[in-house]
Design a protein around this ligand. Structure first.
Ligand SMILES: NC(=O)c1ccc[n+]([C@@H]2O[C@H](COP(=O)([O-])OP(=O)(O)OC[C@H]3O[C@@H](n4cnc5c(N)ncnc54)[C@H](OP(=O)(O)O)[C@@H]3O)[C@@H](O)[C@H]2O)c1
Length: 333
């Protein structure tokens, strides 16, 4: 039997258990070109909260009554495609459920390295690593010696952006909530400076840490801090608009009052979605794997157990309590 979570009402603010129905249903049977997957890990990215809102984004709004969309690492349990034998590990959109039926054309096989955890193929070596690497290299177009400011810098994507920025010879300033995260950014991720937006005078700290202005902004949050950074960009600055997590729970936090400075500084603000870069997945994964294995790219992963823990795992991100990438262990490996 399969335990299945469906979104039945749209949350306002934090996600609640009551926003879902949970049912136990018979297992589906795969047809030709299909497999039955058992979901092992569900990644909990900040954007999952955005998908629950009524508005379409880069994906259609999650349909009420449908299985909640979710990005998983899964294992093949039954197969009707010889290229995906039983026991093969795959990246899938397995959803909030224990088992999922999938067309193999939509799956990507994983050959796990013995020294790398399976979940990491959806974190540092998957969605989050790809977002950080492609957003920084393609959208920010880094030039050694220039200054990069990253928001949600101690988070899953942000902490990778900071470290890749250092590898590319940038001066990196991270913005994060609280002294522990800021300390970790400098100590473990090699950031040249960190700004605690919850306690510091952000404007004064930006002036102090970026005396020559900001050449690149990797924006994950939106709101007033985004404005303060954007007000300090240099001529020809590049801004990667990766996400605006401060607005995902609703309300009017998105800000953006400094947009006029893009005009003044002939700057480029570009939104991007990681799926634009799927054609580079193998190249980026190989590069990141090299750095993970030689220990030069640090990443943190946190796990909670069972689909029951998913709403709270999402709320931890909104409260800034996560350290690195958050996963749910859906079923044992
Ligand atoms: N464009 C793409 O293709 C793509 C792909 C993946 C992710 N993303 C984006 O990348 C960003 C980071 O996502 P992630 O999954 O790596 O999550 P994450 O950064 O690990 O977690 C979210 C962090 O955002 C901060 N935050 C949450 N609510 C906030 C608020 N109201 N104001 C200010 N900061 C807040 C918290 O850090 P603090 O404690 O520091 O506040 C929290 O830890 C998101 O904007 C997400 O949408 C985009």
């Amino acid at each position: 039997m399969n335990t299945v979570w469906r979104l039945t009402s749209r949350p306002h603010g934090p996600v609640r258990r009551e926003d879902f129905s949970v049912s136990v249903e018979p297992l589906p049977t795969p047809g030709p070109g299909q497999v039955l997957l058992r979901n092992l890990y569900l990644i909990v990215p900040a954007s999952m909260r955005l998908w629950m809102n009524a508005e379409d984004t880069y994906l259609p709004a999650q349909r009420l009554g449908a299985v909640m969309r979710g990005i998983t690492v899964s294992v093949v349990e039954q197969s009707e495609d010889p290229a995906f034998p039983v026991g093969a590990y795959v990246n899938a959109m397995g959803g909030w459920q224990e088992y999922a039926l999938a067309k193999t054309a939509h799956l990507q096989r994983i050959t796990p390295h013995p020294d790398i955890g399976l979940a990491s193929y959806r974190g540092v070596l998957g969605l989050q690593g790809m977002t950080a690497y492609c957003g920084l290299t393609d959208v920010c177009r880094p030039e050694p010696g220039q200054t990069l400011v990253v928001t949600a810098a101690a988070g899953s994507v942000g902490s990778l952006v900071c470290q890749i920025g250092k590898k590319l010879g940038l001066r990196v300033i991270g913005v994060a909530g609280g002294p522990a995260k800021c300390d970790w950014l400098v100590r473990a991720c090699g950031a040249d400076g960190a700004i605690d937006y919850k306690n510091d005078d952000v404007a004064a700290r930006l002036d102090e840490l970026c005396p020559d202005g900001v050449d690149m902004q990797f924006e994950n949050v939106g709101g007033p801090v985004m404005d303060l950074i954007m007000a300090r960009i240099n001529r020809g600055a590049r801004i990667a608009l990766c996400g605006m997590v401060s607005g995902y729970q609703g309300g009017d936090n998105a800000g953006g009052h400094a947009l006029m400075n893009l005009v003044n500084q002939r700057a480029t603000l570009r939104g991007f979605i990681v799926s634009d870069y799927l054609h580079r997945a193998q190249e980026v994964c190989d590069r990141l794997t090299e750095w993970v294995l030689d220990g030069s790219l640090v990443y943190t992963e946190e796990f909670s157990d069972g689909l029951d823990s998913t709403p709270e795992a999402m709320n931890r991100l909104a409260r800034g309590e996560n350290r690195g990438t958050q996963f749910v262990r859906v079923s044992p490996v």
